[in-house]
Design a binder for this molecule. Structure first.
Ligand code: ZN
Length: 278
């Protein structure tokens, strides 16, 4: 495992620093990537931990041109404002509605759109819009190396949590497949090590989500059931300590099924319940 604060070279043009925020949802910590030699971009600066910001500043010196954020969860973007203040770099990314899970200090110059590019000497980053984990999520493809900075679209070692309403399971599956439209040679996730086989990983993740969806559908019956009732059946292969998080993704599956006209939501004693439409 890469020690926090160490700068590790991953390829000719990419270095990585891991933030000191390990945990069940963040794996070893948030990966901050630094691209370029003479003028630089930082992808996902991470949490506003002083030691992490110092490690990034020591690495970039006075060469930082852009700070790109895949999304605005608190483990990905809060260091951006402080880094921009210290270096004058331009903030790149998207904002979204406040759902109590967003870093509201991140204020990009403009909302980056699909296929927008930023570039420096020897590198080009192309934005790929990937809503799903959260609706402002963007991946960045380093075209010269075929490396995609995937934020929380794909993680190595843990399953991405989809938190409605900002997160959307139907969008997530579409966005996973979007990566197959590009010449991706390696996935650089927001958490965990590089993933060499993008197509294999995307196919595995889509299969996993559809397996879970089938499990949701088979656990549902004509009698309405609550999230608490469903989670133990649908996530019987997951540590019960993670069930509170699993309920968020379960809700995302139920919303997808509801959108497809396959489930009906009702309220029983003030609690949402779902039943299959026969
Ligand atoms: Zn996230």
């Amino acid at each position: 495992m890469q020690p926090h604060g160490e700068v590790r070279s991953l390829s000719a043009g990419v270095r990585r620093i891991v933030a000191p925020n390990p945990g069940p949802m963040t794996g070893p910590g948030t990966n901050t990537y630094i691209v370029g030699e003479t003028d630089l971009v930082v992808v996902d600066p991470g949490p506003a931990e002083p030691s992490h910001i110092e490690a990034i500043l020591n690495c970039v010196g006075d060469r930082l041109k852009f700070i790109a954020c895949t999304h605005t969860h608190p483990d990905h973007s809060p260091a951006a404002a402080r880094l921009a203040e210290a270096t004058g770099a331009t903030l790149i990314g998207r904002v979204t509605a406040d759902d109590q899970h967003q870093d509201l200090t991140f204020q990009p110059a403009a909302q980056i759109e699909d296929d927008d590019c930023i570039a420096g000497e020897g590198w080009t980053l192309r934005a790929i819009r990937t809503p799903g984990h959260v609706d402002n999520h963007v991946c960045f493809l380093l075209e010269e190396e075929g490396m995609v900075f995937a934020g929380d679209h794909i993680m190595n070692g843990s399953t991405v949590v989809i938190v409605p309403p900002g997160g959307n399971m139907a969008d997530y599956i579409v966005s996973l497949r979007r990566l197959l439209d590009y010449d991706v040679k390696v996935v650089a996730p927001g958490h965990g090590e590089l993933i060499p086989d993008c197509r294999g990983e995307v196919e595995k993740l889509v299969r996993h989500r559809l397996m879970r969806e089938a499990k949701v559908a088979s656990a549902l019956g004509s009698a309405p059931q609550s999230l608490d009732g469903l989670v133990t059946t649908v996530y019987d292969d997951v540590d019960p300590a993670m069930h509170e998080w699993a309920k968020l993704s379960l809700l995302a599956h139920l919303i997808k099924l509801e959108g497809e006209g396959r489930t009906l939501k009702s309220t029983v004693e003030g609690v949402d319940h779902w039943a299959l439409i026969a």
